[in-house]
Design a protein around this ligand. Structure first.
Ligand code: RIB
Ligand code: CA
Length: 342
């Protein structure tokens, strides 16, 4: 009997071990079901190439475009360009809102260039837009998605998601979390002394998203301005000797000039790409849960994100606010993923 009991013990132990390994590997392999909402935009294109080069972790359902850095026709063309450069033309691109919810539209051609893509020559990509508007795509997809299964990377003004939430509030059921490039607290603004561009471009939309109660993570200027290009980091990308490295090098060399001059800093931020790095390797970043309020009143603080970092108001924590990141870790990961592209 003793030998039998021993064999049974070993068998049960091996089965337990096997089930543990299977569960862990299944968890590790669990992909992020992702929609990227974007206003390309130089740093958006870098973020898109970064994401499209990471199919093991990111199941990119679609790119949805919005007016922001430049007008909608150009942000939509640039999203299609990024898709073509990444060799991922199976990913649909849906064009969305041509203007903000309420305010008069603003653009950032002075930073991103007339075509919205500094440093490179654009062309009309072969593959066109998907049929239908991005807002309807968001509604249809999020309504029928498994509960809290879809992540949204928000790289521009939040107009598309806000319109979808206003039309069909129950779409929150399909949203796992929204990871937003936007806002500023410790850093101060880049459009006004207190407002960051994406929030300033449509604060009412950001308020709708904030009040929807979905899980929010903000990557504000507080962190993006700590993850700056340098000669060495740009050389690292150029040394890839592939088309993607060339494109990203040419874009960044031009794009960062504005911030370097404005802030008198030795390098420039790659704002939107930090959202993708956060999704791929959150351990590169640190932050805390805070209460965030958005000022959408006319006046000097229009578009400001008011962050209760020290919890003085004891208000509900409605967002995770990232305020630091590993700059070299970011560029190493970005370079490693760009190396996979043509
Ligand atoms: O403030 C930086 C943000 O505004 C980035 O998303 C950039 O692309 C612009 O949209
Ligand atoms: Ca952007």
């Amino acid at each position: 009997m003793h030998r039998y009991a021993q064999k049974l013990h070993h068998l049960l132990r091996s089965l337990l071990l096997l089930s543990l390994i299977t569960a862990t590997s299944a968890q590790a392999a669990e992909k992020i079901d992702l929609i990227i909402d974007t206003d390309p935009g130089a740093d958006d294109v870098v973020a898109l190439l970064f994401a499209l080069a990471s199919p093991e972790e990111l199941n990119i359902r679609a790119l949805t475009t919005v007016a922001g850095n430049v007008r909608l026709d150009k942000t939509s063309r640039n999203a299609r360009l990024a898709r073509e450069w990444a060799g991922r033309e199976e990913v649909p691109v849906y064009a969305g809102a041509p203007k903000p919810l309420m305010r008069t539209p603003i653009y950032a051609e002075n930073i991103h260039g007339k075509e919205g893509l500094s440093g490179v020559t654009v062309h009309e990509p072969k593959k066109g837009l998907a049929e239908g508007n991005a807002v309807n795509y968001l509604i249809d997809t999020l309504k029928k998605a498994k509960p809290h299964s879809i992540t949204i990377a928000m790289l521009g003004p939040q107009t598309n998601l806000a319109l979808a939430l206003i039309q069909e509030p129950e779409i929150v059921q399909g949203i796992k979390e929204v990871v937003i490039m936007g806002g500023a607290h410790f850093n101060g603004g880049n459009i006004t002394p207190v407002a960051e561009f994406n929030l300033f471009a449509d604060p009412q939309a950001a308020e709708v998203v904030l009040k929807s109660g979905v899980k929010l993570t903000y990557l504000p200027l507080d962190v993006t301005h700590k993850i700056l290009t340098s000669d060495a980091r740009l050389k690292q990308i150029a040394a890839l000797n592939n088309h993607a490295g060339k494109i990203v090098g040419d874009i960044l060399n031009e794009y960062v000039k504005g911030d370097m001059e404005h802030y008198g800093i030795p390098g420039g931020p790659v704002h939107d790409a930090t959202v993708i790095a956060y999704l791929l390797k959150p351990e590169l970043f640190t932050g805390r849960s805070v209460n965030v309020a958005i000022d959408s009143r006319e006046g000097i603080t229009f578009g400001q994100t008011v962050v209760d970092w020290y919890d003085g108001l004891k208000a509900p924590k409605n967002a995770f606010w990232v305020e630091n990141g590993d700059a070299q870790g970011f560029f190493d990961l970005l370079t490693q993923r760009l190396a996979r592209l043509k």
